[in-house]
Design a protein around this ligand. Structure first.
Ligand SMILES: C[S@@+](CC[C@H](N)C(=O)[O-])C[C@H]1O[C@@H](n2cnc3c(N)ncnc32)[C@H](O)[C@@H]1O
Length: 317
């Protein structure tokens, strides 16, 4: 059985921790010079693929700033430890009000440390900004959030990605996906993981069907290969854009179940069949072990949407 994925210090909705193994296997099938992600989010995918060279972009300036500061040595494990220990103590003694003090401070003068604090103590670990670009996730109601063991965990995550950044040639840029894709060259491998249309509508994360269609046409015109993440179906609907955009036999579809945690209540947490679409043929990749949460990952003809062994289960909570 393979080792558990490396976990980055940031959490975000749509994080692909459960798919990194499959994405890594797909990446290994390609001989590429540079890994390019137009929607890098938490950076869990590059952290696990560990390409020598990478261009990692996102429209969210706060994500990009945090990774740039770790890369530049401005945000070290020691600084993070001291900050989260002090601020965590204030949260423990003052409670909810202190969370909102930090949120206000971040919204008037954004800093990576406050961003990390909010990301790890807000409700459900989501990242959401209002239409003016202000972080607006409420308090997660865990005053003991930054207990020593949790701070150590985050500090180790910062240390780990810091070590990777010190030994790899990665560039972080805050920009729109159109600009990132315009920079793509022969020899790149693109991993595109856009927001899922209609799911999260906020300042950095709004995504329409028009965006999805534009992304599809830009990917089709690339001078290099790509892997696209999207959703395939849940118990209520099927993503009709897959059929519309990717039914050409040049493209290949893989599917797998994934719990998609976006809501506060159980009815918002439906199992989602995730899809990966590649511009290159993929041999069937079967997981070695079929444990409770592991599902076959298999190539399917693009027009047949049977979901194989995937079964619908709801998370307990
Ligand atoms: C599904 S998340 C990516 C998750 C990431 N693969 C992970 O595993 O953490 C989508 C990301 O796209 C970014 N985004 C949304 N609209 C964008 C745009 N127009 N250009 C670039 N990035 C965008 C969001 O800020 C968000 O981080």
């Amino acid at each position: 059985m393979s080792a558990p994925p490396l976990v980055p210090p940031l959490k975000c909705q749509g994080i692909k921790t459960k798919l990194v193994e499959e994405i890594r296997r797909l990446a290994q099938m390609q001989n590429f010079e540079r890994w390019v992600e137009p929607f890098c989010g938490s950076c869990v995918v590059p952290l696990n693929v560990q390409p020598k060279r990478a261009l990692l972009c996102d429209s969210n300036v706060h994500i990009i700033r945090l990774y740039q500061e770790i890369q530049q040595g401005k945000l070290t494990p020691a600084i993070v430890k001291a900050f989260l220990t002090d601020e965590g103590e204030k949260l423990r003694t003052t409670g909810e009000d202190y969370y909102y003090t930090v949120r206000e401070r971040f919204n008037s003068s954004p800093s990576s440390l406050d961003f990390l604090f909010l990301n790890r103590s807000c409700f459900n670990g989501v990242m959401r900004f209002n239409r003016y670009g202000k972080f607006n996730v409420p308090y997660g109601h865990k005053p003991e959030r930054f207990a020593q063991a949790y701070v150590t965990k985050i500090v180790n995550q910062v240390r780990r990605i810091g070590e990777v950044l010190a030994t790899h040639d990665w560039t972080f840029v805050a920009q729109d996906f159109r600009k990132t894709l315009a920079d793509a060259k022969a020899g790149d491998l693109i991993y595109a993981d856009p927001p899922y249309a209609g799911r999260h509508v906020d300042y950095f994360n709004s995504w329409s069907e028009a965006d999805e269609m534009e992304l599809a046409s830009l990917l089709k015109a690339l001078p290099c290969e790509f892997i696209l993440s999207t959703w395939h179906s849940n118990e209520f609907r099927t993503n009709t854009l897959i059929e519309r955009n990717w039914s050409d036999s040049r493209f290949h579809l893989l599917t797998r179940e994934h719990f998609y945690h976006v809501g506060s209540t159980e009815d918002l947490r439906h199992p989602m069949i995730e899809a990966l679409i590649t511009s290159f043929p993929v041999a069937a990749v079967q997981r070695e072990s079929m444990e409770a949460e592991q599902f076959a990952f298999f190539e399917q003809p693009t027009r047949e949407y049977s979901v194989g062994r995937a079964t619908a289960r709801l998370p307990t909570r």
